[in-house]
Design a protein around this ligand. Structure first.
Ligand SMILES: Cc1cc2nc3c(=O)[nH]c(=O)nc-3n(C[C@H](O)[C@H](O)[C@H](O)COP(=O)(O)OP(=O)(O)OC[C@H]3O[C@@H](n4cnc5c(N)ncnc54)[C@H](O)[C@@H]3O)c2cc1C
Length: 489
């Protein structure tokens, strides 16, 4: 496959590159550290950090404090030209390249690599006429949602506005409008990409369509650095959304009921059932602190009276202890999942299931709910109802298997110290092993992290898609230097 650069972007970039200082191509290992860092620093406007520099520790850490990484060098680009220069520098030096925006979804540790930290590239522009948002590589969902909702529009963000738009979208992106409008990757009109050899391209359905296809669900960290994205916005303003809090002891009955109820619902509803163990922390509101619940959670993005009537089916079945479903502006969507926003050490894992037989319900309740008097090892186990537009888009997506199933299980834990970490790691692993006979075997790639992302990437792609992705990867990155995200090789 031959990759041609986009001519407009190329000429824009070439002039910037011509005026920049080129480093020689000596191997990084035999050059004094300061000369390598200063060679890169001379080429970009943004900051460059090496181990021990002020700013190095901040630039290498992100939301998940468990992800420990020691890059050889960190570039913090402020624009697309910086990214081109940093990627060309890495190619010249034979460096592996890792990318981080917020650190919500770390891949394999970037030890010894060039880490491109995009967190300074936060431009967001909303075009209410075209119903699109143009978003920089480091922007989070918060400003996109705020700007879009001022025009009665919404993006396909996930459970929190704190996650990065580009990383979330490259891995799929399943949020509270998912069953109605699809994954965030379905909403992409174009990506601005810098390929592993430092070539700037604009890719879309009509320009480099193969690369466009690969990026929409298989692209996180694997075939270059995305510097910006244009995404569709949807006419969603007021929704009916929230949580019903039932006692933890009702979990078996509720999981059984949800397994039958959810598949009968309209695509206007994206919902989940969640076994939640709220930690005993001051940040958790008093009525929830240190307590376990079974939640019926979701968002109805259709006729509001129909939405209320749909959730009334649960209220009529059994009155919840706390009822937080109500009409709300979609701009307040963070209130649905109530995700934490402060960085924390966390572990996450996932499986897809097509049904919820009693065996699965038994495994989840016995392993996730704490025994009396003991601390829970799993913070929550949430089963999101998939299908609808989440599944409709699978045929055109690289991650066809990884977005196709009826219930998407996500289990997450907070790891207060390394000793508890071993117990948590084993609790999550043993729960997955017990569930093995009942799962589809495909991973939803946004819910796997670290080495697990490398190990489980292939399960998300059907055989044909895996071969197509491998060919795209081989053409763009034959040396596999972009090896810290989703694995395509
Ligand atoms: C609290 C929380 C809630 C979440 N909720 C949801 C949810 O509802 N739905 C859902 O689908 N996911 C959800 N996620 C998962 C999240 O979408 C993924 O972790 C995603 O990868 C985060 O992207 P990021 O850019 O914020 O994180 P980062 O860790 O900075 O990036 C994640 C990965 O994306 C790649 N990447 C990032 N930027 C670029 C770029 N510019 N070019 C190429 N590759 C890049 C890198 O390989 C990187 O390892 C959640 C995660 C957390 C922690």
């Amino acid at each position: 496959m031959t990759i041609q650069s986009d001519t407009t972007v190329q000429s824009e970039t070439t002039s910037a590159i011509d005026s920049a200082t080129r480093s020689d191509a000596d191997a990084i290992a035999v050059r004094p550290r300061t000369s390598v860092l200063s060679a890169l620093a001379a080429r970009i406007t943004g900051e460059v950090h090496g181990p021990g520099d002020p700013g190095y520790d901040e630039a290498r850490s992100g939301f998940n404090l468990l992800a420990e990484q020691r890059p050889a060098v960190i570039a913090v680009p402020v624009n697309r030209f910086d990214v081109v220069e940093a990627v060309r520098f890495a190619a010249d030096e034979g460096l592996r390249v890792a990318i981080q925006a917020t650190g919500h979804g770390p891949g394999a540790a970037a030890d010894g690599a060039l880490l491109i930290n995009t967190s300074a590239m936060t431009d967001v522009t909303v075009d209410p006429i075209a119903r699109t948002a143009t978003v920089g590589a480091g922007a989070k969902w918060g400003p996109v949602l705020a700007q879009a909702s001022a025009h009665g529009l919404a993006p396909l963000l996930g459970s929190t506005t704190d996650v990065g738009v580009v990383g979330y979208t490259l891995g799929g992106g399943f949020g509270w409008l998912g069953r109605k409008h699809g994954l965030s990757s379905d909403a992409v009109r174009s990506f601005d990409l810098v390929t592993p050899d430092g070539n700037p391209l604009r890719v879309s359905a009509t320009s480099h369509p193969d690369i466009f296809w690969a990026l929409r669900g298989g692209g996180a960290g694997s075939i270059g650095v995305v510097t910006g994205v244009v995404i569709d916005l949807y006419p969603v303003s007021t929704v009916y959304a929230g949580n019903l809090f039932y006692p933890a002891d009702d979990a078996t009955e509720i999981l059984r009921r949800f397994g039958e109820w959810a598949p009968q619902q309209s695509e206007d509803l994206t919902s989940s059932v969640c076994l939640m163990n709220f930690p005993p922390l001051d940040a958790v509101p008093e009525p929830l602190r240190g307590r376990s619940f079974t939640l019926i959670r979701g968002c109805w993005a259709g006729d509001l009276d129909e939405g209320r009537a749909t959730i009334d089916q649960w209220r009529e079945w059994k009155a919840p202890e706390i009822d937080m479903w109500s009409e709300m502006p979609f701009a307040a969507a963070d209130a649905i999942s109530m995700d934490p926003t402060d960085p924390m050490p966390a572990m996450v894992t996932t499986e897809w299931l097509d049904t919820l037989p009693d065996e699965v319900i038994d495994i989840l309740t016995t392993r996730v709910q704490p025994k009396p008097g003991s601390m829970p090892l799993v913070l929550f186990a949430e089963l999101r109802h998939g299908g609808g537009a989440v599944a409709h888009g699978a045929a055109d997506s690289p991650n066809d298997l990884g977005r196709n199933g009826t219930f998407l299980l996500e289990m997450a834990s907070v790891v207060p110290d390394p000793h508890v970490g071993l117990a948590i790691e084993s609790a999550l692993r043993l729960t997955r092993e017990a569930l093995a006979p009942y799962v589809t075997g495909a991973a939803y790639l946004n819910f796997v992290e670290g080495e697990d992302k490398t190990a489980r990437s292939a399960s998300s792609f059907s055989d044909g898609n895996r071969r197509r992705l491998a060919a795209i990867k081989a053409a763009l990155d034959p040396g596999n230097r972009f090896c810290h995200g989703i694995t395509l090789a």
